[in-house]
Write a protein that binds this ligand. Structure first.
Ligand code: AMP
Length: 401
């Protein structure tokens, strides 16, 4: 069975065509700057890469590029669209209704559209992605949606409620939802296999997704009990360009001082803060590290602030879990930045964590255990694979049709 996985953003559409027989990625790529000037990348498993500038007016036009690339030219990987059995979509916000992946129906699309109020940049784009897929494949090809929020739906109210008047929860569903759920689900599932604990029964795990956007989730018996991201993916600790949690009054204070409206303030907190905002250098971790090596003190401050915030969250989660058996590192930084992993694990010396320095320094982008055999906390680097989760869920749901 071949499944097309779609991750539609407001001006982008990423895709992977996965042959579930062996879980092979036949092709993958990205339509960027949709509705602007347009850039299209297509790569195949045999090593072919195509990069072109092409105007795509909307997501339907982007979909045409994708199907054309899959079907023709040097990057061709299928003979006919009928070879694609189903389409799986990544959806950012599934509200409280969706605690698992589901088949796309008109009602599901309507819900995703309604939840756009909670994720304006993402959910509208997801609906466009679903509609464009329906146009390309027709309504006979089943589509499945996989929600970033679903895995976190096991959180108890004491973890997901905010300390504001209850009426805002009742009127507007303002609460912690948590994001990166598909990633936390994949890496924790793999971690339970490595711990020899099917479904995570009896385990206490802290999963650190450290990328451009970052979040940490605490899992007890395989279920999320708390996570750092909140109503939106802005909460938590310092990210590439996002502030993470700040004293809420900082926001109204700066808005008053600078005469900013909510949209402008939102832009500052989401796009101009975090590692970029503190360092003034870049949101990219590699640039930050280079700047630190060049003696840039603000880059070092950004780095130290982030490490400190992460250590505090992990410490809090260990307290909430009543201990910890394993720590997971994943995503661009978690998988590739040994220095950050080292600082975090050394801070857990009080819990008996012992890092295997040689192993840790060598691990980049591959799965490995990076603590010593006598460490009381095990730490793993586990490369994430959200697309594979989407493809697996899609296959499972459509197989039952
Ligand atoms: P992601 O959002 O998961 O794609 O992660 C992006 C972040 O990972 C950026 O800050 C990159 O600098 C960082 N990153 C990716 N590859 C590496 C690498 N090889 N070494 C250090 N950082 C990396």
């Amino acid at each position: 069975m071949k499944i097309l996985v779609i991750n539609a953003g407001s001006s982008s559409l990423k895709y992977q065509l996965i042959d579930m027989n062996g879980e092979v990625v036949l092709a993958k790529g990205n339509c960027e700057r949709i509705g602007i000037d347009g850039r299209f990348t297509h790569k195949t498993h045999s090593g072919y890469t195509k990069k072109i500038d092409v105007v795509m007016h909307d997501h339907t036009a982007a979909f045409s590029q994708v199907t054309k690339a899959l079907l023709s030219g040097e990057g061709k990987v299928i003979d006919s669209l009928t070879e694609i059995s189903a389409v799986g979509h990544r959806i950012v916000q599934g509200g409280t209704k969706y605690d698992r992946s589901v088949l796309v129906t008109p009602e599901v699309v309507k819900d995703i559209d309604e939840y756009a109020e909670l994720a304006p940049l993402h959910n509208k784009a997801h609906v466009q992605g679903i509609n464009a897929a329906t146009k390309a494949f027709g309504s006979d090809v089943p589509q499945v949606v996989v929600f970033d929020t679903a895995f976190h739906q096991t959180m108890p109210p004491k973890a997901y409620m905010f300390g504001i008047p209850y009426e805002y929860y009742e009127k507007y569903a303002v609460r912690r939802y948590g994001f990166h759920g598909t990633s936390h689900r994949y890496v924790s599932g793999r971690c339970f296999e490595l711990l020899n604990k099917p479904n995570g029964e009896g385990t206490r795990v802290v999963s650190c997704h450290l990328g451009n956007g970052s979040s940490i989730a605490a899992l007890k018996d395989g279920k999320v009990i708390d996570t750092t991201m909140g109503l939106t993916p802005l909460d938590g600790f310092i990210m590439g360009t996002r502030s993470g949690a700040v004293d809420p009054s900082v926001i109204s204070f700066i808005m008053n001082k600078e005469g900013l409206n909510p949209k402008e303030m939102d832009e500052i907190l989401n796009k101009k803060s975090g590692m970029l905002g503190i360092s003034g250098v870049s949101s990219d971790d590699r640039d930050i590290v280079n700047a630190i090596e060049d003696g840039n003190e603000r880059a070092k401050l950004a780095w130290d602030m982030r490490t400190y915030e992460i250590i505090k969250y992990i410490g809090g989660y260990i307290a909430a879990l009543g201990g910890v058996d394993a720590i997971i590192f994943t995503a661009g930084i978690g998988e590739n930045q040994p220095l950050l992993r080292k600082e975090i694990l050394e801070s857990l010396g009080y819990r008996g964590a012992k890092i295997d320095n040689e192993k840790n320094m060598a691990v980049r982008g591959t799965e490995a255990e990076i603590t010593t055999p006598d460490s009381t906390v095990r730490a793993f680097v586990i490369p994430t694979n959200e697309e594979l989760v989407i493809a697996r869920d899609t296959m499972e749901i459509v197989s039952k049709l």
